[in-house]
Design a protein around this ligand. Structure first.
Ligand SMILES: Cc1ncc(COP(=O)(O)O)c(C=O)c1O
Length: 385
């Protein structure tokens, strides 16, 4: 369905409204899979970006795995029909109770600290696990847009502790069979991804029982016209090449893993809102109020993120500069600022693009609002979710 017709969905379902298009998800995944040139690979959808049951059901039907961060996400993945062998669990601060459950259900786990490895090995023998490694600070990211920066965080196990975790696991008959890394979210420049690939694969040689390398994800997405396209093909080709070399060197096939979220999910979702008021600030600029704000779509407020906004009602009319204000009392609740749109009028529909990842799942409803409705367009059917 063309986005210009989404206003009809607004009439039918009301606003604010999240609209997901399953076809885009299928297309995005198919493109991504085509870029992987290493045969033994596995893609896990990063459920944190959109962990809703109906979305996970589609992901499941597309035949890839799922990466979960919490017990709640694990439960939804189970409900959506994922087998244990298709689930990977990576998080921080994992409790003994949760570890026990993951082991009982034979779910792959990537441990994040020496303490977690010690805890795991204190009650488990003859099992396998992966480790999340702390990134090399030499890798530089020249972006202010990333929402997640490893270099200032304590996530992952440091190189200096590798011998210690190997010793602890050997003593208990456990094996470290995987390494996991995660660069950053939404970086468009490919250079740090290539450096990160080198770093992770060099780390891999340290672990003799290695079966997989998981490059995590966080690949960039072009959100604004000013952004370059992220060269996913280049990065995945390079990682594939690294895995070919690593496997040759190890004389066995090491599994190549990634866990993309926004790469395949961002442009699947759009957010439809309706104009409730227009305030003229000066002859050149007006402020549009709409029937949603950070309660329903918090990314612009939390991350200062940019999302393209389209006026669905008017075409070919005069253009004007607008701020688009969310409908809470917060002074700085804006969905977009200084946007040039075709002139709008009250009750027109606006569409925010690329909100399928970290959109509804981050909505809080604060203060005192209902969460927005959501619909999924799949095979020509429209289903409310
Ligand atoms: C461990 C891990 N893997 C994958 C992702 C997915 O990142 P993105 O949605 O940017 O692709 C995240 C997001 O923060 C993450 O923490």
């Amino acid at each position: 369905m063309a986005t210009r017709n989404f206003n009809k969905l607004g009439e039918q379902f009301g606003t604010p409204l999240y609209i997901y298009e399953a076809d885009r998800l299928k297309e995005n995944l198919s493109n991504l899979l085509n870029y992987i040139t290493y045969p033994k690979s596995k893609v896990y959808f990063a459920a944190m970006c959109n962990s809703q049951f109906e979305i996970l059901k589609i992901i499941k039907s597309l035949g890839i795995g799922i990466q979960v961060n919490s017990e709640h996400e694990l439960n939804i993945a189970n409900e959506a029909g994922f087998n244990s062998s298709d689930i990977s669990f990576t998080s921080t601060g994992i409790s003994k109770v949760l570890m026990r459950r993951l082991i009982e259900e034979s779910i792959e786990i990537n441990l994040d600290s020496v303490e977690e490895v010690e805890k795991f090995c204190s009650f488990v023998t003859n099992k396998t696990f992966g480790v999340r490694v702390r990134l090399d600070k030499k890798i530089k990211i020249n972006s202010t847009k990333t929402t997640n920066n490893f270099f200032e965080s304590n996530v992952g196990i440091e190189k200096k502790d590798f011998n210690k975790i190997k010793e602890v696991s050997q003593k208990t008959g456990n094996k470290i069979t995987g390494i996991h890394g995660y660069l950053a979210s939404n970086v468009i420049d490919t250079k740090p991804f290539l450096e990160f690939g080198n770093f992770l694969v060099n780390t891999a040689y340290v672990f003799p029982d290695l079966e997989y390398v998981n490059f995590g994800s966080g690949f960039g997405v072009k959100y604004s016209e000013q952004d370059k396209d992220f060269d996913l093909e280049k990065v995945l080709h390079y990682y594939s090449l690294l895995l070919h070399k690593l496997s040759k060197c190890c004389q066995r096939e090491i599994i190549f893993k990634i866990e993309p979220g926004r790469t395949i999910m961002a442009d699947v979702g759009s957010f439809l809102v309706r104009i409730t008021n227009i305030k003229n600030l000066n002859p050149k600029k007006s402020e549009i109020s709409v029937d949603a704000g950070f309660a329903e779509f918090p990314r612009p407020k939390i991350y200062n993120s940019y999302h393209e906004i389209e006026n669905l009602e008017k075409k070919g009319t005069r253009k004007k500069v607008y701020d688009i204000r969310g409908n809470t009392v917060l002074q700085n609740d804006f969905l977009g600022q200084d946007r040039i749109l075709e002139e709008v009028k009250e009750t027109d529909y606006l569409l925010l693009k690329k909100v399928g990842a970290y959109g509804f799942v981050m909505a809080s409803g604060f203060p005192g609002k209902k969460l927005p409705k959501q619909i999924l367009i799949n095979n020509g059917n429209i289903e409310e979710i």
